[in-house]
Design a protein. Sequence first.
Length: 421
Amino acid sequence: MNAPIGPMRPEASPVTIRQDGLQVTGIGTAKPSTALFTADADLPGKPPATAAEARSRAERIVVPVVVEQSNYGQTEREALKPDEYHFYWRVNLVPIEKMVKENAVLVQPALKALSDPQRKQFQALWNQTVDDIGARLSLQLLLIEGTLTAQAPGEGNGTLLSHLEHLASPKVPLMKGLERAALICDMMQEIAFPSSISQRSKGTCTMTAVQMFMAKQRPAELARIIGQLAAASEPVAPLANGDVLRREPGTETDDESGRTVPSRLFQAAAMEYMDEVGDYDNALDRQRQPDGSLTAGGSGTKMARTLKGLLGPGYYVERLSSDQFESPKAMVAVIAESVSNGHPVAISLQHLPALGEEIGSGHAVLMTGVTNNRLDYLNPWGKVESMSFDQLAETVVEAVFVNSNGPQAPVVALPTIPAGR
């Protein structure tokens, strides 16, 4: 690739007038959602019958539909960020409270299925959400969908429930400057709604895509790592491959990036880890190389290195570039097959400039599925988007394939790498 992936960021937002009449202004280069929201009157009048129905209702407000072209495809939905409550969550307080109340028909049997210790752990987390209705809704979804107690291969004895409850204990000191409830509540929301994870004003799209992958596929491990990065003790989180992730200095306090506490901690630490020789400076948002030069962004190779560290030797992880396939369309077909089988693929895209412009920085996204012959993906700008197969063929540079089930085998038939490439 001619340019690193990452420095390209969302443009500064103009003032917009929302459907409810509120005036919203962008903050820095962070781009608040401008989606139109579902009114309370539009919500069904009876409780949800299934976890899928409960999620669908929640997403109508938390990840509302938008009509907007992106740099690469079509924006389908734009997630509310946990730190945008003063714009959005309070406006939707009534419908969200209604959903939380109606979800009780699913929450109660799910609680009964837990052990006594697990119910106590859940109660400790519920207590943390007393002033955060978005986190309360997210915690309900994580419970009724089974995410709180699920275990992926290689995750040991810890669950998302146990890792979050550990953080909730006042006996676990956090780094000075971190607020316990905000850390826990933001983490619950970003795991319940991975599309709300955002790089905001930083050029960390590659590691944001990795964070989204972990939120979807290994949420318990992500919570453990972030919890250890937040601890007041040695700021080190052991990884599955034996390496460690280290907290980046300065990320325990607000860095004016607009990111949540969990995203700020994880993305900066991962940016440090991904470059074996460079030293990441969160304030500069640059890698300081041994020769003193400063570089920005990441690459598919660095995403693969980071995922190998996070997942460990029991997972198949491979980075392939577009020139290792017969054609870009052949690469897209393999990507589509992988995501259709439930294995998200981290993608490096080349930004297509306007006529006469030079090629600029690239961008990383997380491909998640195929709907109506279009590829669905999470954009690290906090958006759910889609693109046609042809659009991906025009822009794809690299792809990182991961077998999320654990065995050391490709998720699909990958091409034989030609000699000399």
